[in-house]
Design a protein around this ligand. Structure first.
Ligand code: FAD
Length: 387
């Protein structure tokens, strides 16, 4: 690969690679089959300091480096795209949200605990009315004395049984409407975590419906400003998309490596399958696309790390990379013939995880809507304007 990383970034990547090969790969099929991630893997990620990769040192993290976090997510996802996707929420999306929009007190209380791997966080925004059509969202944050009240139903929440939930909804007071965010703790009265829901891919976590039943939120748990928190965290959201892209890329690379070994070993028409011209051509074509995706992803993460955030590029990357990964994993699975359809070979989970990743963290169409608004200079449908 022609990309250059720092020595420290390579060290994180190598640590994650060893962890993925030795500890994740042996249980990756089990994670997919049982729809559960073994607790020991969460603990090991804490021991290896992965949860604090993006968080700054003053909150028990390792120093705010999005590229390092993405390299780790990419390596883990080669073995289990499902675990990698879950970690992306824990390592990038939620910490970045608190880092950008959280108060000093919130960072001390929630960010530090998350960086040490003690408290899992969830990001709860999607509603039955759609992900980004905020005007139609039904979840309400209203004032109650010195604090607030939260009521609503959120769907498709990854890590639906977390310790801490970052929840977004319409904020309404004195006839004015905005889009705010609050922090909900597991122990708060009125929280109903998500039950497990059977799903096609990304099966190592429960992604489900969380009910917030008239929960009292203390004043100090409001994220940012009452009316506008969600637009502040749009930036954090774009970083979450990049973490998700790293996991998606690892998903493709994991299946690619397994497929290369397979076509070299498999005998077909009296010789290795890899000598068939369409197979070698497809592999070369997928390799080229994989390199293009990698170059795009790390160009954007390095811009963020250099203090030049690029949310539209992050959206373009999310849509293009996840679409490409879904297309290429389909083609790679085809090379396995019937063996790829059988669960015993443990490869069709990559194809299913890639498909789930195309929808999660904002579907491709939603991200292209954001890109189109820049290209055409028109407003995006993905807007936080509540009027
Ligand atoms: C495995 C998984 C994990 C998830 N985890 C989380 C999570 O942790 N937290 C969270 O809040 N959400 C989460 N989501 C929700 C996810 O972000 C949404 O499912 C996704 O953005 C699509 O939104 P939707 O399901 O509401 O589809 P809808 O909004 O109902 O859209 C249906 C279709 O219309 C298309 N569409 C929507 N808007 C446009 C547009 N403007 N232009 C063109 N086409 C459009 C969509 O792409 C889709 O194909 C998760 C989803 C999945 C599948």
């Amino acid at each position: 690969m022609v990309l250059k990383f720092t020595e420290e970034q390579e060290m994180f990547r190598d640590t994650a690679r060893r962890f993925a090969q030795k500890e994740v790969e042996p249980v990756a099929n089990q994670i997919d089959r049982d729809e559960r991630t073994p607790t020991v893997l969460y603990q090991r990620c804490a021991e290896l300091s992965f949860y604090g990769l993006y968080t700054s040192e003053e909150y028990d993290g390792l120093g705010k480096n999005l590229t390092s976090a993405c390299l780790v997510l990419e390596e883990i996802s080669k073995a289990s795209p499902s675990l990698g996707g879950l970690l992306s929420v824990q390592i990038v999306l939620c910490p970045a949200t608190l880092d950008i929009a959280g108060s000093e007190d919130q960072k001390r209380r929630y960010l530090s605990a998350a960086a040490r791997g003690e408290k899992a966080m969830a990001w709860s925004s999607t509603e039955p009315s759609g992900t980004c059509y905020h005007r139609a969202h039904q979840t309400r944050i209203t004032r109650d004395g010195n604090g607030y009240r939260l009521s609503g139903v959120k769907i498709f929440c990854t890590q639906g049984e977390a310790e801490t939930y970052l929840v977004f909804g319409r904020s309404e007071a004195d006839g004015k409407v905005g889009y705010g965010g609050v922090i909900v703790e597991k122990s708060m009265q009125g929280l109903q975590p998500a039950p497990y829901e059977d799903k096609l891919g990304w099966r190592g976590t429960n992604t489900g419906t969380v009910n917030y039943n008239d929960i009292y939120i203390p004043a100090e748990n409001l994220i940012g400003d009452f009316y506008t928190a969600r637009s502040d965290v749009g930036l954090a959201n774009s970083m979450g998309s990049l973490g998700h892209c790293a996991s998606s890329l690892g998903c493709l690379e994991g299946l690619f490596d397994k497929t290369v070994s397979y076509v070299k070993d498999r005998e077909l028409y009296g010789g290795p399958m890899s000598r068939l011209q369409p197979i070698s051509y497809w592999l070369a074509e997928i390799w080229a696309k994989m390199e293009a995706c990698r170059a795009m992803l790390y160009a954007v993460t390095q811009a963020y790390d250099a203090g030049r955030p690029a949310p539209v590029h992050a959206s373009a990357c999310k849509a293009y990379l996840c679409d490409t990964v879904a297309e290429c994993t389909g083609k790679l699975l085809q090379m396995w013939g019937g063996a790829g359809i059988m669960n015993s070979t443990g490869v069709n989970r990559y194809f299913r995880d890639a498909r789930a990743k195309m929808v999660a963290e904002g579907s491709s169409e939603i991200h292209y809507d954001i890109v189109a608004s820049t290209v055409l200079g028109i407003p995006s449908h993905v807007s936080f304007d509540m009027n």
